[in-house]
Design a protein. Structure first.
Ligand SMILES: [Zn+2]
Length: 127
């Protein structure tokens, strides 16, 4: 099985601020790499705002079939997660879909659309 490109959510938390975004990547390492070269709101690249430990997080990220990776840098945590149709209920009002990663999005409001079962979901809120 070959790794296929998919949508990945990245979420930064910690002293460097709370930010998130989406990239298209094949694996966790690719997703972290693309997150670090994403523009942030002040016109800089995310990697530039994180400092040298951003690269250590990248070095530690696996280039494998994992669908999730969390790296800790100097005062921040960077998490990447492959976007998939939600298949688990955490809260009573959660939407539940089929778990497929065949999804399209995000739209203007941050929602993805599952091409398999048609569920609309926001990966930031879905498990
Ligand atoms: Zn689905």
């Amino acid at each position: 099985m070959e790794a296929s490109k998919g949508h990945w959510l990245w979420v930064l938390t910690g002293s460097k601020g709370d930010r998130n975004g989406y990239v298209t990547a094949v694996d966790p390492r690719d997703a972290v790499s693309r997150a670090l070269t994403s523009d942030v709101e002040d016109g800089r690249l995310l990697g530039d705002t994180l400092g040298p430990t951003g690269l250590e997080v990248l070095d530690a990220a696996p280039g494998n079939f994992d669908s999730e990776y969390t790296g800790d840098g100097d005062g921040f945590t960077l998490r990447v997660k492959r976007v998939g149709c939600p298949e688990h209920i955490r809260f009573a009002d959660d939407v539940v879909g089929c778990g497929s990663t065949n999804v399209s999005g995000p739209d203007e409001e941050g929602f993805f659309d599952c091409r398999e079962c048609g569920v609309f979901f926001n990966p930031l809120r879905a498990g």
